[in-house]
Design a protein around this ligand. Structure first.
Ligand SMILES: *Cc1c(COP(=O)(O)O)cnc(C)c1O
Length: 361
C-alpha cells in the first residue's frame, strides 16, 4: 500500500485513523453482524451514531441548545437555493458578499428568485481578497447577510467576522468548518458540504439557531423546508447514513486530537510552510491571494508559465504529492491542507517546491 499526500480540494484527504477504524468495523458494526451501510436508519446503533455526531459538532463549536445540527443532502449547492427560499422575501432580500465562485453561485440563486442583493464584491480584483468590513454595504432591513468564509477556489479566507447589527449572519464554511476556533455564536446559520474538511461526499452539516428553522413557509416542498429536518432530527427520510457515520468519526478524531485550538495550531504551521516557500521564491511562485486574505486551507499559486506548471504537477506525483493542480478559473496550483493533512505532508510539498524552483528557475 502506498498512500500519497492528497492535496485535493474535495473530496479530500481524511484522517488515516478514521479510515482504519471504519475499515475495521465495516463488516460487523457494533456487534450487529451487519455493515453500517446495511442497518436501518431507525435502529438504535444508527441513531446513536447520528446523535453523537450532532452533539460533538455543537460541543466543538461551543454552541448550546439554542442551536440545532441538521444533516441535508444536495450538497452545499442546494443550500444556495434553500436559504433564499426559506428566509428571503420580495420585501426582505438576502444580502450577499461576493468573494469567489461559490458565494457568487449562492447569490445567483437568490437573484433568480428575485430576493437577492449584492452587499460587497471583490470580483473586479479577480477575488484576490475578501472585502473589508467597511466595504460591506448592508441594508439594515436585509433578511440575512450571506458570505463564504473560506474561498476554496481562490484561496482566500475571512480573518474577521463582519458586524451586521441586527441582520443575521449566514456563512458557507464548506472548506474551513472546524479548522480553527471561531466565535460561532455570532453566526445564525452555518453550513458545510462535508467533503472538504469533515467527511466523504453526500451530506451537508447545517448548524443554525433553532428560532430560525423551527418553522418554515407552508408553501415550500417538504424536502426544501428546514423545519422538516429540524422536527424529525434529520430523519424524515433516509439520511446518507454512511457519510454521517464518517463525519461522526472525524469530529471525534478532532476532539481526541486537542480540539479546534490544536487544529488551528497545526493548520497554521502547514500554511506557513507553503506561504514561506512562495514568499522566499523571488517571484518564481506567485501567490494568488493578497497576504491579509490568505487561506489556511487552500494555498493557491502560479508558476512562471503553463509548461512549468504541468511539469510541477507531474514531478510532484513522483514525490507522493497528489492533487495540486489548481482550479481552471485561477490556473496554476492549489494545495488544500485541511485538518487531515499531516504536517509532514505540507513539509514534503514545501521541500519539493524549493527543489523544483532551484532546478527550474
Ligand atoms: C465545494 C464547495 C461548495 C460546493 O459544494 P457541493 O457540495 O459540491 O455543492 C460550496 N461552497 C464551498 C465553499 C465549497 O468549497
Amino acid at each position: 500500500m502506498n498512500r500519497v499526500y492528497n492535496f485535493n480540494p474535495g473530496p479530500a484527504t481524511l484522517p488515516f485513523d478514521v479510515l482504519r477504524e471504519a475499515q475495521a468495523e465495516f463488516l460487523d458494526f457494533a456487534g450487529t453482524g451487519m455493515s453500517i451501510t446495511e442497518i436501518s436508519h431507525r435502529s438504535m446503533p444508527y441513531e446513536k451514531v447520528h446523535n453523537q455526531a450532532k452533539a460533538d459538532i455543537l460541543s466543538l463549536m461551543g454552541l448550546g441548545d439554542d442551536y440545532e445540527v441538521l444533516f441535508i443532502q444536495g450538497g452545499a449547492s442546494l443550500q444556495f437555493s434553500m436559504i433564499p427560499m426559506n428566509f428571503a422575501t420580495k420585501e426582505k432580500h438576502g444580502a450577499y458578499v461576493l468573494s469567489g465562485t461559490f458565494s457568487s453561485n449562492a447569490y445567483k440563486e437568490a437573484k433568480n428568485l428575485g430576493v437577492g442583493d449584492i452587499a460587497a464584491s471583490t470580483k473586479d480584483e479577480n477575488f484576490r481578497r475578501v472585502p473589508k468590513n467597511e466595504e460591506i454595504k448592508l441594508n439594515p432591513n436585509a433578511a440575512y447577510l450571506h458570505l463564504c468564509y473560506n474561498n476554496t477556489i481562490y484561496g482566500t479566507e475571512f480573518h474577521y467576522i463582519p458586524e451586521t447589527g441586527d441582520v443575521p449572519l449566514f456563512a458557507d464554511m464548506s472548506s474551513d468548518m472546524l479548522s480553527r476556533p471561531v466565535d460561532f455564536k455570532r453566526f445564525s446559520f452555518i453550513y458545510a458540504g462535508v467533503q472538504k474538511n469533515l467527511g466523504p461526499a453526500g451530506v451537508v452539516v447545517v448548524v443554525a439557531r433553532k428560532s430560525l428553522i423551527e418553522k418554515s413557509l407552508e408553501t415550500l416542498p417538504t424536502m426544501l423546508r428546514y423545519d422538516t429536518f429540524y422536527k424529525k432530527n434529520s430523519l424524515y427520510n433516509t439520511p446518507p447514513s454512511f457519510s454521517i457515520y464518517i463525519v461522526g468519526k472525524v469530529v471525534a478524531w478532532i476532539k481526541n486530537n486537542g480540539g479546534l485550538e490544536e487544529m488551528e495550531r497545526r493548520n497554521k504551521i502547514k500554511a506557513k510552510m507553503l506561504y514561506d516557500a512562495i514568499d522566499a521564491s523571488d517571484g518564481f511562485y506567485r501567490g494568488h491571494a493578497e497576504k491579509d486574505s490568505r487561506s489556511f486551507m487552500n494555498v493557491t499559486f502560479r508558476l512562471p508559465n503553463e509548461d512549468l506548471e504541468k511539469k510541477f504537477v507531474d514531478e510532484a506525483l513522483k514525490h507522493n504529492i497528489s492533487g495540486v493542480k489548481g482550479h481552471r478559473s485561477v490556473g496554476g496550483m492549489r494545495a488544500s491542507i485541511y485538518n487531515a493533512m499531516p504536517i509532514e505532508g505540507a513539509q514534503t510539498l514545501a521541500e519539493f517546491m524549493d527543489k523544483f524552483r532551484k532546478e527550474n528557475a
